[in-house]
Design a protein around this ligand. Structure first.
Ligand code: NAP
Length: 481
């Protein structure tokens, strides 16, 4: 067996106990790993390192390219950004893979139904770019950024994962019915890429129905690929279906680096008590072994885990209650003692190597055949009602190439009046389109319009409205024709 180098981050709270358990089991299974133990999280923030991730840890990950980590805390008053998110972003681990399966003797309302599915969550884009602005003192905005390249990477990974794990279907869960451009991008990319995988069934599902179906009939799903925010929520739901966070492993996969960790956090109330369930980190270590090509060792450990649960003599407090649960170490030792045994009823899936899709690493500039600016949205802050604002903007835009098409308030058209009865806030989107006979707006015309609007109003945000290959590159307001 080749020797692998792995960066080991024990983490905070219960982290050192559960990561320590996984390490002991890997060593007992004879896996040859040279660990580079590194720090990140609370202790690092307290030293005054703002990111929570010191340079030595980054250096180690650049060397090893593989990380097994415990949960990290961001202590109150130290830095604003989570060290977890920093690690995921630094190494562009674009896919968060969260498998869940039914375990023997872990009783849930779903026991006996054979839940065995994977949520593949896009891991770096979407609202988690966390680009936020106070548009007015009373209205906040977050940018939801979704790229074709980002969707393509995660969707390809989901199909490759289905193939590697012998799964027959992939569902793509989006909110494309409402967010036609961002969530719609994921749906369109999924439908394109599905053509390249004729051996796998591909289904699109609206994310809210996906949540509903997961609670009603989770066994219908094998792989669910989804955008970041959807995936965050759905994957906590799927963890709960099989017994909770103590059983939910994950892998953060990128082109160059993979980070394996439990879905759970540092569970501070159990820290240092030797009672936490280490299964989620052990499961993450099993995912890591398969990533490293150590299929036999992965199966050996997964079998020992299943035997331990099947026998049910040594189970942790989250399963049987903390008054009679086994300690983390007793449970770990039981798994070690069961190495080499096979479970009676539960079984281990057969895995093939996961082919990580390789997309171009250079900057991708997606160029349309034609592009035309046909208008501009100017966002203004005012206490006026639309019936005052509309005529005033019409007056200010006279003599420019633009006419006021409509005004919306939180996405609903309010001018010209539609009969809607919205509750107004001080934040309006004012949509100007080119007047009849004007084919394109130049920068000077947009700046002149902005200057004129600025004479009467405080504007805080501007968007060009483009037509890309003849299709509108923006959505219409509710009620806009
Ligand atoms: P948490 O640490 O996941 O704990 C929530 C609850 O889940 C615990 O109180 C416990 O439930 C149960 N639980 C989690 N892990 C368990 C285990 N191994 N064994 C048994 N039960 C377990 O979530 P949190 O309390 O919201 O977060 C605590 C800290 O962790 C925060 O600072 C957060 O930012 C951080 N965090 C880090 C990561 C990461 O590093 N990836 C992820 C999430 C959160 P009961 O109370 O029902 O027993």
């Amino acid at each position: 067996m080749a020797k692998h180098r792995v960066t080991l981050i024990p983490g905070d709270g219960i982290g050192p106990e559960v990561v320590g358990a996984a390490r002991r089991i890997l060593e007992a299974a004879g896996v040859s790993i040279e660990w580079e133990e590194c720090q990140a999280g609370a202790s690092v923030f307290r030293k005054g390192i703002e990111s929570g991730v010191p340079a030595e840890t980054i250096e180690s990950i650049r060397r090893t390219r593989v990380v097994l980590k415990g949960p990290l805390e961001t202590p109150v008053g130290y830095g604003e950004k989570s060290a977890n998110v920093t690690l995921r972003k630094l190494f562009e681990t674009y896919a968060n893979v969260r498998p869940v399966r039914e375990y023997p003797n872990v009783k849930t309302p779903y026991s006996g139904r054979g839940i065995d599915l994977v949520v593949v969550r896009e891991n770096v884009e979407d609202l988690y770019a966390a680009i936020e602005y106070m548009q007015t003192p009373g209205v906040a905005q977050a940018l939801k950024l979704v790229s074709r390249k980002g969707c393509e990477k995660v969707v390809r990974l989901a199909f490759e994962l289905a193939r590697a794990e012998g799964r027959r279907s992939v569902h793509c869960a989006t909110k494309a019915n409402i967010l036609k451009l961002t969530e719609g991008m994921m749906k369109r990319v999924f439908e394109d890429i599905a053509q390249e995988y004729p051996d796998i069934e591909a289904h699109h599902i609206i994310v809210d129905n996906c949540a509903h179906q997961l609670v009603k009939r989770p066994e219908q799903f094998e792989v669910i690929v989804t955008t970041n925010m959807n995936g965050d929520i759905l994957s906590d739901l799927t963890s709960a279906l099989i017994g909770g966070l103590g059983f939910a492993p994950s892998a953060n996969i990128g082109d160059e680096v993979a980070i394996f960790e439990a879905v759970h956090g540092s569970a501070p109330k159990y820290a240092g008590k030797n009672v936490a369930n280490p299964t989620a980190v052990i499961g993450s270590a099993i995912l890591m072994l398969r990533y490293l090509g150590e299929f036999e060792a992965a199966e050996l450990i997964e079998n020992a885990l299943l035997v331990t649960l099947e026998e049910g003599r040594v189970l942790t407090g989250d399963v049987v209650g903390y008054d009679r649960g086994a300690s983390t170490t007793a449970y770990t030792e039981a798994i070690i003692a069961n190495l080499g045994r096979k479970p009676q009823t539960a079984s281990v899936r057969q895995y093939k190597p996961l082919r990580i899709p390789r997309l171009r690493r250079d900057l991708v500039w997606v160029q349309p055949n034609s592009r035309r600016v046909i208008g501009v949205d100017i966002f203004v802050e005012t206490a006026q009602l639309p019936e005052q604002l509309g005529p005033e903007l019409e007056r200010l835009s006279q003599g420019t190439p633009f006419r006021l098409k409509m005004i919306s308030n939180r996405g609903t058209k309010v001018y010209p009046p539609t009969g809607a009865m919205p509750d107004f806030v001080d934040h309006y989107r004012c949509r100007f389109l080119l007047r009849e006979g004007v084919s394109e707006a130049d920068e000077a015309a947009i700046i002149e319009l902005l200057r004129r609007v600025g004479e009467g109003y405080r504007w805080m945000h501007v968007e060009k409205l483009s037509e890309l290959d003849g299709a509108l590159g923006f959505t219409k307001a509710q009620g806009e024709d």
